[in-house]
Design a protein around this ligand. Sequence first.
Ligand code: ZN
Ligand code: ZN
Ligand code: FE
Length: 770
Amino acid sequence: MRVARRVEVEGIVQGVGFRPFINRLAAELGLAGEVANRTGGVTVVVEGDADAAEAFVDRLPREAPPIAEIRRIETTAVAPRGLEGFEIGLSRADGAGAIHLPPDIATCPDCARETADPTDRRFGYAFTNCTNCGPRFTIVRSLPYDRTRTTMDAFPLCPACHAEYTEIRDRRYHAEPVACPLCGPRLAFARAEGPADASEDALLRARAALAAGEIVAVKGLGGFHLACDAAHEAAVLRLRARKRREAKPLAVLFRDLEAARACCVVDPEAERLLTGPRAPIVLCPKREAGTIAHAVAPDSGCLGALLPYTPLHRLLFEDAPYAALVLTSGNLAEEPLCTANEEARTRLGGVADAFLLHDREIAAACDDSVARSTALGPVLLRRSRGWVPGAIRTPFALGRILAVGGHLKNTFCLTRGMDAYPSQHVGDLDDLRTLAFFEAQVERLGRLVEVEPEALACDLHPDYITTEWARERSERLGLPLVAVQHHHAHIAAVLAEHGSTEPVVGIACDGTGYGADGTVWGCELLLADLEGFERLAHLREAPLPGGEAAVREPWRMALAWCEAAGETAPFARLPHLAHRARDWEILRAAVRGGLAPVRASSAGRLFDAVSALLGIAGDRSEYEGQAAMRLETAAVACPLELPPLTLAGDGPPWALDPRPLVRALLDLRERGVAREELADAFHRAFAGGLVEAAHRLCEERGVRTVALSGGTFQNERVLVECVRGLERRGLAALWPRQMPPNDGGLALGQAVVAARRLAAGLDRTIGGRG
Ligand code: ZN
Ligand code: ZN
Ligand code: FE
């Protein structure tokens, strides 16, 4: 019997090879019909055998292109019209609604096969791509998304590529970056001191340099990387010394999944991410037997693993003696990524021995994304390449807002309708060049997602560069500015991505954030919704001896907490800190002289303190979170129980007191309990205390849901302990799944709070209720 079905598909289904896919599926099932783009989706009509039509409806969502995001499908029976063949409406002709620009997509299996096939015309070609894969976000100059508005406009299509590009049944139909060795971008090789040579053997020479232990700057998709043999200890140390990056973990690009498995534990979730279209860096537990140089990630029990996501990355391993390459961003310290050939040769000239260049311009820098595989599933630590400019859909109207984010790990966020568009990773805004990058990307993303902001949102911190920038802009353009408290923004971001509007108890733990009372916050239990919050409890404050220096030197926090815990002779019990006795005396004399240190309720600083107290932290931290990362890495599961943090004082806000915990750590350390066990017990006592306190506050306030966020929840032990503990007590736990828990997620929270407060006509500076 002949039947007809109309299928309405909503979501991100344009510009991702969806119509060719529909065409192929219909042809395979012997169905006639048509497909056309419309605002927010596509409309498909199929006609033919009833079983085939049913199979079509069934297979469509399951076999859709990997990067498509189907939000809704509605199928209706319609009268057959006697259609013949399959018609594909042109997207350009209908022109209605914005075509959402997809992110950069990792090489698809078909393109990988062609690049490796000696009989294919794209054999060995580093820029092979199709509608299912390849660059998008990083090559677009302006919209609509069309080859002439991308950096591919410099490469006129050859007849063979043109035929593929215009043939609707071809996998490369309207694949804007389509290219081949005849007409597309080319590689070039250069020694640090020497001209660039665009010869055929650029890849060969790059591989030879890498095999010889040299550092090669490789121009990739969203910017330059610095690469070297990851098993070559001396090469890795040289890279660290030249890049001025002592210990911060470096990512490792493995030849393939097998090579990654030999050096780290790749669980099914990690595998799905590594081999999927977004292909982020995934932190996977190291294997003892792995061959990766120790210097790659000296503080961490994990390796940041990555699989080739462009044909160029695959080709770097062709016939190569190495199976893994360090692949770290091509910049010095915290400067922005290099994207242009000449700029890279100047700025990275002192770091790289050689350069593997190409002539496809990068329209915008975009760092690799980073995820961590945890017992609760993947957590994003950096949402950038492969995700951006994808939207986070919320269930509420947001209006057009620009939220400028925080100061470190900055991202910003634009909103339109019910969608929020977080930017790529911008970085730490200490460098003027990073601020310039921030400004340029604000303009660019605004153009790509077609948002002209009607309001601004920023952090409550008066001195963040982003706050000053937003204030200046709001005054100049006469736009309202909403200042959102840091930890409220952390919690609001979680609520936004989960579409939750009910009040929750939010646990926000991180290094520091500007508190509503002007003091430094960093371990907060808030009764929060999207409009406001009340500070119910926080970690007991401790002084930060020497202010900023206390972040860099964890021993300062160890001694501050010892003193707070009533330890009068710390050096007798902590001989490994004895060399700091004089420094400590000077600090205390300054306090006696009336120079009171800043006090903070910071979870990050408590972790630093414990790490130093147990002799796990180094004398100096190179980056924030290093001491805490070492503490997490050192921990070895044990049955030891420590006194948990307990709620004290007259609240709200109550104080969570860690002093009994600190005293217990000192006693047990003195009695010779292994520091690895103490590290484990500390994590459980800390998380257990948070859970207990949240439970009590939930009961008191009639709340059933607890939201967790802030940089401390990058720590898997803390996250898992908290979530499991809350669930054991019958509470629902929400944690960041689509956004990072660290300050990279702040902008989303700011945007949503600003939208809700503006809509409700509330005060624009949020100091909290109560
Ligand atoms: Zn492809
Ligand atoms: Zn071509
Ligand atoms: Fe934070």
